[in-house]
Design a protein around this ligand. Structure first.
Ligand code: FMN
Length: 224
């Protein structure tokens, strides 16, 4: 099967594209508007970009009416946001925060979530989420789309601080991913969660090649 994206001539009942880059992590992004309203929304066009210093990106499409989403406006106006990890147990509350509501609505209250203050930025963290990152805005890369909602603002932010719940850190110092059960997108209305993991190291004796991939500390990697 082959199709060209400008023709969209796949002849399938559903567009396959979003199911071809999977599973996608969900950046559950909290922001605070310039007027002080707390906002929260999920974004699966989300990824880390590098690690020292860490940067993350969020691909935020315009609404079908051509207006930008509240998350985009808030980040550009205030310069701050928080990434919260979504778990399987939080899936319904996460889904509620995807409903398009008026910018005057506090989406923590709307979804029944608890706020916890951040240390370095103003947006609150989702108390129920086991991993949160405090971020400052770096830049926006605007990619033109074919329709109004195809146009996307790729927001890049620098991670200033990371919070991890103590009970998801294993005695060997690694995150207990299976216990966390992070939620991920699969395209369509489908999701998955991580319920097992396995280890695979690069088959080489080159210590430099495996240094970062093995999870070496960043302080040590600076000495390399
Ligand atoms: C799991 C999930 C992932 C989503 N990912 C994206 C995304 O990557 N980009 C996007 O523009 N909208 C995405 N959405 C839709 C937004 O969450 C939705 O438009 C939301 O109302 C935006 O809220 P805001 O206006 O408060 O920023 C996603 C929705 C769900 C449920």
């Amino acid at each position: 099967m082959y199709y060209e994206t400008d023709k969209d001539d796949h002849n399938l009942s559903f567009s396959p594209f979003k199911s071809c880059v999977i599973p996608r992590p969900i950046g559950w992004i909290s922001t605070r508007s310039a007027d002080g309203i707390d906002n929260l929304a999920p974004y699966s066009q989300f990824q880390n970009l590098t690690f020292d210093p860490p940067y993350v990106m969020i691909g935020i499409n315009q609404n079908p009416d051509g207006k930008r989403k509240d998350t985009t406006n808030n980040i550009e106006q205030t310069g701050e946001f928080v990434y919260n990890m979504v778990t399987y147990d939080l899936k319904d509350k996460m889904n509620k925060t995807a409903v398009g509501v008026d910018p005057s609505v506090d989406e923590f209250e709307f979804a029944g979530l608890k706020k916890v203050p951040s240390k370095l930025v103003k947006p609150f963290r989702v108390a129920e989420s086991p991993v949160q990152m405090e971020c400052v805005y770096y830049t926006t890369l605007r990619l033109p789309g074919r329709g109004l909602s195809g146009t996307v603002d790729v927001i890049i932010g620098k991670v200033l601080a990371v919070h991890i719940a103590d009970d998801v850190i294993r005695p060997d110092g690694r995150l207990d991913i299976v216990k966390i059960k992070p939620l991920a997108r699969l395209g369509y209305a489908d999701y998955t969660t991580v319920d097992y993991n396995f280890e695979l190291m690069i088959p080489t004796d080159d210590e430099d090649a495996i240094f970062g991939l093995g999870g070496a500390s960043i302080i040590n990697s600076r000495k390399k």
